[in-house]
Design a binder for this molecule. Structure first.
Ligand SMILES: Cc1ncc(COP(=O)(O)O)c(C=O)c1O
Length: 368
């Protein structure tokens, strides 16, 4: 059997007619940049996230950048975040002229360890940027408490967590602002680049709206230097079709994760337990194994394709060498990156594929 790591083609075949109609609507209205489809998507996604405002953008990276700017992060500031994330989280902090300050993860969750935040706070700290990694909500309660105590902004990187709930609240509605990505592999994805900023604060939304469109406050009136971060009309049209299916896809992701868990019990792989107070959306299904690269090669030979998110923590990336961290700076994040393995995972996966992939993993882990 061949089990692909990811497959978007199956999803498209089930949506084709509706997508074609939606793209035709955007073409008929000649609304290619922002426009009605994007405006409607903003309302629908805000309602879905249980938040007052959504600003549709051209990527999750742009959403992080604008969230930082709209919250007043300026050159010389420091922003506390996790090294166990996609590089865009830390890049966006640099775009704002600020310095990423990493703290290690909790090895039981893979997310930023709230207990380590306070010692990292200095008089330059302006914000905390937790990531809901792999669709698992970061532990927001102690993060919000710390932020309140030290008067800091909280920006959620929800790029991998559309629809997740932390203690009943949707991610994206918990901090001062949040960033979502609609990159094609995400739980909710565009047919190209896409992103959104969500917030309950009208001022943040207004600044982000202006910044995404060259700092305009009205036609050809530019209040500030802005960016071209606008969402395309086609992407709004596609996202509206897909948003209606998101709950169903997330439910299927949870079902597949449950099946993997039960099949892998006693197989000698580590899987972080769920927190029953929260609702994860499983952007990825990751396991932690020793001799990960050998396991991966052996799985490949048996037709099971896997991926690694991420092979190197951000603080050890060459691009961030200037921050002066080295091996051993964040041992839990480093250890996670050495052992993490993303199993084949997408809502259209058949149970037999999950079973085959899990069986092969169990055999390979016992053998390498
Ligand atoms: C955690 C995280 N942050 C930020 C981003 C950046 O999103 P985008 O690729 O849409 O710019 C991504 C997506 O790749 C992500 O996974």
């Amino acid at each position: 059997m061949l089990v692909p790591y990811f497959d978007l083609k199956k999803q498209y075949s089930s949506l084709r007619d509706e997508i074609m109609e939606a793209l035709d609507r955007a073409c008929s209205n000649a609304a290619f940049i922002l426009g009605e489809e994007v405006g409607e998507f903003e309302k629908e996604f805000a309602a879905y996230c249980e938040v007052k405002h959504c600003v549709a953008l051209n990527s999750g990276t742009s959403a992080l950048h604008l969230a930082l700017l709209a919250l007043g992060v300026t050159p010389g500031d420091e922003v506390i975040t996790t090294p166990n994330t996609f590089i865009a989280t830390a890049e966006a902090i640099c775009y704002a002229g600020a310095k990423p300050v990493f703290v290690d993860i909790d090895p039981k969750t893979g997310n930023l360890d709230p207990a380590l935040i306070e010692p990292a706070i200095t008089e330059r700290t302006r914000a905390i940027l937790p990531v809901h990694l792999y669709g698992r909500p970061a532990d927001m309660k102690p993060i919000l408490e710390m932020a309140r105590k030290h008067n800091l902004a909280v920006i959620e990187d929800a790029c991998q967590a559309h629809g997740a709930r932390y203690r009943g609240r949707r991610v994206g509605s918990i901090g001062h602002a949040a960033a979502f990505s609609f990159y094609p592999s995400k739980n909710l994805s565009a047919y190209g680049e896409g992103g959104a900023l969500t917030t309950n604060d009208a001022g943040i939304a207004e600044r982000a709206r202006s910044l995404r469109n060259h700092g305009q406050s009205g036609p050809y009136t530019h209040e500030r230097i802005g960016y071209n971060y606008r969402m395309e009309g086609f992407q709004g049209a596609v996202l509206r079709v897909k948003l209606k299916r998101l709950e169903q896809w997330n439910a299927r992701r949870r079902e597949i994760a449950t099946l993997y868990r039960s099949l892998l019990q006693g197989a000698g792989v580590e899987i972080h337990p769920d927190d029953s107070r929260d609702e994860r959306v499983y952007h990825l299904f990751v396991v932690y194994v020793e001799r990960r690269d050998a396991v991966r090669t052996a799985l490949e030979a048996r037709g099971v394709h896997t991926a690694i998110h991420y092979p190197c923590p951000v603080h050890l990336q060459p691009a961030f060498a200037f921050l002066g961290y080295g091996p051993g700076s964040f041992p839990h994040a480093e250890r996670a990156c050495e052992r993490v393995l993303s199993m084949p995972f997408f809502p259209e996966m058949a149970d037999e594929q999950v079973r085959y992939a899990a069986e092969q993993l169990a055999e390979v882990v016992g053998a390498v």
